[in-house]
Design a protein around this ligand. Structure first.
Ligand SMILES: Nc1ncnc2c1ncn2[C@@H]1O[C@H](COP(=O)(O)OP(=O)(O)OP(=O)(O)O)[C@@H](O)[C@H]1O
Length: 623
């Protein structure tokens, strides 16, 4: 029994449910192009295109153009040679390409897609973006916690998770960690099924999958597509796929073929070979249909790119007409021929009727906007809980941060050990200030540069965040807040506390409790400010080296204008304002004033410069 059939959870009005998209599974002979009373129970797309600006920005590059069709409940495959636009079309249909770029209309059950369609549809990305340090069950529970309506009880959520685990055959590995690049977890097939399960939690009526068989061995790939076939009995599944073997191809209900961004076939998968044969491309008896189709399309594409390449091309794959006319036309011909086919005309006619009905309904043609299923507070709690669990499951970076901080504190403590109380030897009188300022400078430097470890904070999980945010798990602010708070408490604040205690007492700084807390607060603030700079670069950069270099540049400039290496008054006037941006300046000044203001130091000893050699002097230094 499918997940959908057993669903007992009431929809509490937060996530619109669009009802069944139709009972047919695409194998009932109706096919995607049939005209009939069920035609609106589907996803239809009308003249869909996608363009991106070129590098020079003045012109646009067309990635897909004028794609129209109908996807009914069943397994709808998008196929085509590499770079033909499968993923782009899938993303446009799933409303994942933003506002600029896509054109055309996508309708669900004959109505315009709701705003935030992402919240009510499922999308499984090619790379299986799931948290590796959590188990299969924990990942599914995370999805259930955020994507089921807020009125859902804890038991109902658990029940839904259990059912998905059973449905997808994940019972034996439910408690196993998914795994990541550092440690092995579940198998590739189990990981893919977990990704599918993350989306099935919300029982989407439309499920998109980008190349779900990539990276899987042949047997696992077949079992995953068989699973999808079973799930497609009650929902529309649209998947892009590159070159499936026959056992997978035979499971498809409908097939959409793309060539260089245009559709060259859209109809029942079983009719594609007769269609190609009618164009003069007969498939050999034992040839895999998918291989054959891609060979034909690739050959035609190559042919249209350059007539020179036809010399090296396997012309046996061309139709009779192409062989006779010496190879003109190519992919353009395939598009033109499809547009002249009965299949295309039938689809257009049916789409026309759907469109007409939409226009008759006037303004009521859009489905109610979908929203986030849970409140911002709940999202923050759930995402933060996952961050904390993830941190403690993989605590190496946390331990390392603490160990490095302790080592640095001990080094500073040893080098500047016992800077002395009130009384110092006369020959050290000059060192009272310089040693302290030197120690404070190194403390600030340590606090600032140790935050370089935060450059990965937003880069490491960027892909996961983009996917989850695009799928309507949580808001951007929720992710930002949860990541920052977890990182600050665990990796910034706790190590500073240790560092402060060790250095303060080893250096024997002023023992007044108030001064110790100001010292601690100053180091906290320096550390947090440096972390904030690193977070900013981590958010805007896509790769760690760029974020690291930008952070290092900011810190070095901050150090330069901190007043330690050069007196700020010696700087050129037009550069002096930079001191206001220097973390080091604020940190150094605060620590120095805290330690030195109002203190008195006594120096006593033998004065060698005195003409009277036995004279003893005492100096009182008041600051
Ligand atoms: N934002 C973009 N800017 C420039 N070119 C793009 C952009 N997005 C896609 N393309 C180009 O559009 C074409 C189609 O890309 P798409 O990823 O949709 O193809 P695909 O059929 O899924 O390919 P594959 O099978 O290799 O994954 C490719 O040539 C790609 O380089």
């Amino acid at each position: 029994m499918s997940v959908n059939e057993k669903a007992p959870i009431a929809n509490h009005g937060q996530v619109p449910h669009y009802g069944s998209l139709g009972a047919g599974n695409g194998d009932d002979g109706a096919g995607p192009n049939s005209v009939g009373p069920e035609k609106e129970k589907s996803l239809t797309f009308h003249q869909v295109g996608y363009e991106v600006p070129t590098l020079c920005g003045r012109r646009t590059k067309v990635i897909i153009s004028s794609c129209s069709g109908i996807m009914r409940p069943g397994l709808n495959a998008l196929m085509g040679p590499t770079g033909s636009g499968k993923t782009t079309l899938l993303d446009v249909l799933a409303d994942r390409k933003g506002r600029r770029g896509p054109s055309g209309d996508v309708l669900i059950n004959g109505s315009r897609r709701p705003k935030n369609f992402k919240c009510v549809s499922g999308y499984v990305v090619q790379d299986d973006l799931i948290m590796g340090s959590l188990s299969v069950r924990e990942n599914l529970a995370f999805s259930a916690a955020l994507r089921l309506p807020s009125g859902t009880t804890w038991n109902q959520r658990k029940e839904r998770v259990d059912r998905v685990i059973q449905e997808l055959g994940l019972v034996s590995c439910a408690g196993t960690k998914v795994g990541n690049e550092f440690f092995r977890g579940v198998s590739g097939g189990e990981r893919k099924r977990t990704s599918i399960g993350m989306e099935l939690i919300i029982q989407p009526q439309v499920l998109f999958l980008d190349e779900p068989t990539t990276g899987l061995d042949a047997f696992t790939a077949v079992s995953v597509v068989k699973l999808l076939k079973r799930l497609s009995e009650s929902r529309t599944i649209i998947l892009s796929i590159h070159q499936p073997r026959y056992s997978i191809f035979s499971l498809f209900s409908s097939l959409t073929l793309l060539s260089r961004g245009s559709m060259v076939y859209h109809g029942p998968a079983q009719q594609v070979l007769p269609y190609f044969e009618s164009l003069g491309f007969p498939c050999a008896e034992h040839e895999n249909p998918a291989d054959f189709i891609l060979d034909v399309l690739t050959t035609c594409e190559k042919k249209s790119i350059s007539n020179d390449t036809i010399v090296a091309m396997d012309t046996s794959l061309l139709g009779e007409e192409e062989r006779e006319d010496g190879g003109g036309g190519g992919a353009v011909d395939m598009v033109e021929r499809y547009r002249k086919s009965d299949m295309y005309q039938r689809t257009e006619q049916e789409l026309g009727q759907v469109w007409q009905r939409l226009e008759e309904r006037g303004q009521g043609g859009r489905l109610p906007a979908a929203g986030y299923a849970s409140s911002i507070l709940w999202q923050t709690m759930v995402v933060m809980h996952r961050s904390i669990v993830g941190l403690f499951r993989d605590p190496l970076s946390l331990y390392f941060q603490i160990i490095i901080m302790v080592i640095f504190a001990l080094i500073i403590g040893i080098v500047y050990f016992d800077l002395g109380g009130k009384k110092v030897p006369l020959e050290s009188i000059n060192n009272i200030i310089t040693d302290r300022i030197g120690a404070f400078f190194f403390m600030c430097m340590n606090q600032v540069f140790s935050n370089m470890s935060a450059v990965d904070l937003f880069i490491q999980r960027k892909a996961l965040f983009i996917h989850e945010n695009a799928s309507g798990y949580y808001r951007v602010s929720v992710f930002f807040f949860s990541q920052v708070v977890t990182d600050l408490i665990a990796k910034r604040i706790a190590p500073v506390l240790l560092f402060s205690v060790i250095t303060y007492f080893m250096l024997d700084l002023d023992r007044e409790p108030e001064k110790f807390f100001i010292f601690l607060l100053t180091l906290f603030l320096v550390s947090i400010s440096a972390a904030a700079i690193t977070y900013a670069f981590s958010s805007i950069a896509n790769v760690t080296p760029v974020a690291t270099l930008l952070s290092a540049l900011a810190f070095v400039l901050s150090m330069l204008f901190g007043g330690f290496f050069i007196a700020l008054k010696s700087l050129p006037v037009w550069l002096r304002w930079l001191k206001y941006l220097s973390l080091f300046r604020y940190g150094l000044e605060a620590l120095s004033i805290n330690e030195l203001r109002g203190r008195e130091f006594y120096a006593e000893g033998f004065n060698s410069s005195s003409p009277c050699m036995s004279h003893t002097v005492s100096v009182v230094l008041r600051l």
